[in-house]
Design a protein around this ligand. Sequence first.
Ligand SMILES: Cc1cc2nc3c(=O)[nH]c(=O)nc-3n(C[C@H](O)[C@H](O)[C@H](O)COP(=O)(O)OP(=O)(O)OC[C@H]3O[C@@H](n4cnc5c(N)ncnc54)[C@H](O)[C@@H]3O)c2cc1C
Length: 488
Amino acid sequence: MTNHAVVIAGGGPTGLMLAGELALARVDVAIVERRENQDVTGLRSGGLHSRTIEVLDQRGIADRFLSQGQMAQITSFARIRLDISDFPTRHNYGLALWQNHIERILAHWIAELAVPIYRGREVTGFTQDDGGVDIELSDSGSLQAKYLVGCDGGRSLVRKEAGIDFPGWDPSISYLAAEVEMAHEPAWGIRRGEKGIHALGKLEDGKRVGVVLSEPYVGRSDQPTLSDIREALIAVYGTDYGLHNATWISRFTDMARQAASYRDRRVLLAGDAAHVHSPISGQGLNLGVQDAVNLGWKLAQVVNGTSPESLLDTYHAERHPVGARVLRNTMAQTALDRGDERTQTLRETLSDLLKMDEPRKRYAAMMSGLDIHYDIGTGHPLHGRRMPDLDLVTANGPLRVFRLLHDARPILLNLVETGGFDITPWRSRVQLIDAKYDGTWELPVLGVVPAPAAVLIRPDGYVGWVGDPTQPGLADALTAWFGSPAAT
Ligand SMILES: Cc1cc2nc3c(=O)[nH]c(=O)nc-3n(C[C@H](O)[C@H](O)[C@H](O)COP(=O)(O)OP(=O)(O)OC[C@H]3O[C@@H](n4cnc5c(N)ncnc54)[C@H](O)[C@@H]3O)c2cc1C
């Protein structure tokens, strides 16, 4: 039986990102992926939100994505565009980039980090005990690991086998989606139906058409066909535009469900395995990648023996509320998508509201992930929030904060006089950086906040402690996040 410290079931965006995070922390990690290659069929993510781009920037790989996509103001709520160009972030925009490109770039990154992928195989079952997890594969092989992470999508076998509940809401609307060719130029753009939208858009090659059509009924689970698309087109547009040759046809809904727990002992869930919801406003992939970045360093420290298992409980505590909020906002947006006149006036009212600065900022920060606040204590507003990518001045020259996070190691950033902090017992785990920063500290929505003397930055880029050398609490925070002090 082959051993790995961590086995990830599923090499979609979440599994790939998690593998990268674990590999950076020198954890022996492997992915088991059903697909023979990284090709993505069907309509999936169309891009990255600002916070996801920041997270990739923290690892030094944002440029790989930015160079392949289209930077644009893609943030929206209920299809109302929200401009974030005045937000205090280097990435005050989103990136239009299809999921197949996102996965291809992530897969190259983890290949560079030498993560093995067992392709063309599925996880078919597992058993866990105090010592580890025995994982069965579809080729009759097996793997043994200390931890198994289910990144195996919305129908997650890992979630089901672990017996983790998946409560939520049944679908209220069903959509047909397809990539087709049409003999005649269709009516491009979005049209509203009674319960949702219909959309026809030009695809990357400029020839094929991406089709999304809301269905009159919910609950059909058979594989949709070209004649279903034809029928639906005629019902909405009065013509099928000479429809032929579908590359793929699929169906998706607004079902909203979330795992009751993101962990059962040695088994964890991330990405769609932990939460499913309507794709409206494009949050699923972003959520999964950020789950992975929250979990990666914690799991690495537990596997490496630096931190107790209880650190893993903070993964659920921090990420479950973020997922729950996405479920709620997609349900609200689905309701606002209806085509009747009352909903139309509601949308217009909301649109007026979102033109006002404060509501726009709040909703745009929520939808772009820039306002995430982990409930890890009170005090300075930075506590539990994303660390801004400041331009620092150090003894070795200018340095961006995100540059310091490239290898996913924590940082104590000291902005007052050198020598004030003694973190000797944590020196092998935490980088102590003395720097100067004279600019303002501005956070999305909150605005300018008082300049701190020092911040403890976790590998995921969130602030775990704020203070100065005279304040108590640093040793406790270092212990909580990065393990007990080493004997000196
Ligand atoms: C129509 C549509 C539009 C969307 N648009 C957006 C968008 O614009 N923005 C956005 O952020 N998100 C969007 N999403 C959501 C996004 O596609 C998903 O949230 C994202 O793919 C989740 O990534 P994941 O890695 O968690 O799961 P998945 O992408 O589902 O990956 C799971 C992987 O696990 C593999 N697998 C499954 N079972 C097993 C097994 N037993 N053993 C081994 N491997 C297994 C699968 O082959 C797959 O590769 C959209 C989704 C849909 C349907």
